[in-house]
Design a binder for this molecule. Structure first.
Ligand SMILES: Cc1cc2nc3c(=O)[nH]c(=O)nc-3n(C[C@H](O)[C@H](O)[C@H](O)COP(=O)(O)O)c2cc1C
Length: 400
């Protein structure tokens, strides 16, 4: 119940403000329904009430208000076309949701198979004939019989929620991380001198990766030079097998299970093999990756896309596939004396005093074909540096 000024009580269902407020907590997609009116002019109406209805026969629906002037014109068209707006088309949405005349002026479009406007850069269109129009309170329910449909650009669609616009963000590989990110940046900054020294002495690239959550690490500091070194800063690394072993090796069984649950079924490595890798990393105290058969460019491109935070669930599945294919490059290697190795990078954990891994130091772009003694020497030096950086861990704010 809500009380209004004259003391009269209104129930939630009779108060339009409450009705709108509650339903505003439910998000919708945003589409532009277009058609060519009987006067030959294009018409367009923004609608959040679009939905798929039936597969057999293929039907969709939307609900215009009975009072809508735009729909009065739209229903004179022989067909209508649903334009699924992309997340970066808020300006188009605002233009068509307004009451200005000539909404199509300056807007690029081409005719759909049935002749209705398909705007440039929309995610998809669904071309329909009118199946039925029925009354529903102060709205109408328009059923459309789907004749043609196509995905034009598989990007994230525009969403509407509580009166504002936004985009879809997959939960699975991302996580809220600001506080932990800042803590990681501060800690890496304390370790700056060590990182610079390492990069110089190895003539390699040294990065510090902050563990942001059990889902993600972010490169928060970079020292030295190498191809693409500058791009490493801010790069996000999803903690899914095979990535993130050093972040997980000292974690409890639940965290390890969550990490393993993110492995793809197609991964060539079994959960037991991954547990073995964690054990190997734990007992060695550092890890090493080898140059793999996978294309470096492909994995970096996937990580760049992941780092942008702008990807659809389908693109996320692709990113995960690419990461999963790198599995063999992370297989633990036992160093044999005198043997040469094509090492890609060495990594060591930075612990706080509670034994939690807060950063991972990584040196990359090392000389090719190094022998076991050289690698062991680099690893020892890297671990000493990680230990020194860790000494500062408890003096920066660390959120538990
Ligand atoms: C995100 C969003 C969703 C909307 N959804 C609907 C809808 O489902 N049905 C409707 O009739 N109007 C909807 N509108 C309002 C219309 O787009 C438009 O403002 C209205 O048709 C203009 O009034 P007119 O048709 O009388 O000119 C929505 C507007 C926005 C911004």
């Amino acid at each position: 119940m809500s009380e209004i000024s004259n003391g009269e009580q209104r129930t939630a269902i009779s108060d339009p403000l409450i009705f709108r407020n509650v339903l505003g907590h439910f998000p919708t997609g945003v589409v532009l329904i277009t058609g060519i009116a009987d006067d030959g002019e294009p018409v367009g109406m923004i609608v959040g009430s679009f939905t798929s209805v039936s597969l057999d026969p293929p039907l969709v629906a939307f609900l215009p208000t009975a009072a809508s002037q735009t729909f009065k014109r739209l229903r004179t068209a022989g067909s209508f076309c649903v334009n699924v707006l992309a997340a970066d088309q808020e300006d188009i949405c605002r233009r068509f949701a307004g009451r200005t005349a000539n909404k199509f002026d300056g807007v690029s479009w081409h005719p759909s198979p049935l002749g209705a406007p398909v705007l440039d850069s929309v995610v998809a269109y669904i071309d329909c004939t009118f199946e039925s129009i029925s009354d529903a309170g102060d709205h109408l329910i328009v059923l459309g019989a789907v004749q043609e449909l196509q995905v034009c650009s598989p990007v994230a669609p525009l969403l509407f929620f509580q009166g504002g616009y936004g985009r879809f963000a997959p939960l699975s590989l991302s996580a809220p991380f600001e506080a932990d990110l800042i803590t990681g940046v501060r800690l890496a900054e304390r370790g700056r001198a060590e990182m610079d020294r390492l990069a110089e002495s190895f003539d390699a690239e040294c990065t510090a990766m902050a563990v942001i959550s059990d889902q993600m690490a972010v490169n928060v500091a970079v020292a030295g030079t190498g191809p693409g070194t500058a791009d490493r800063l801010g790069e996000r690394i999803p903690l899914m097998p095979p990535l993130g072993e050093l972040c997980l090796a000292w974690e409890d069984a639940d965290a390890v299970d969550r990490w393993l649950s993110r492995a793809l079924p197609s991964d060539e490595c079994t959960p037991e093999e991954y547990r073995g890798r964690l054990e190997a990393v734990r007992s060695r105290g550092w890890s090493m990756t080898m140059r793999g058969e996978y294309k470096d460019e492909q994995i970096y491109e996937a990580l760049r896309e992941y780092s942008s935070g702008v990807y659809t669930p389908a693109q996320e599945r692709e990113i995960r596939q690419i990461i999963s294919r790198t599995s063999s490059s992370y297989a633990p290697v036992v160093l044999d004396e005198g043997q040469l190795y094509d090492v890609d990078s060495l990594l060591a954990p930075v612990f706080d005093s509670a034994g939690k891994v807060r950063l991972v130091l990584r040196i990359a772009n090392l000389p090719r074909q190094a022998d076991s003694a050289a690698i062991q020497g680099w690893a020892d030096e890297l671990r000493r540096a990680a230990h020194k950086v860790g000494a500062a861990a408890d003096t920066v704010k660390v959120d538990a």
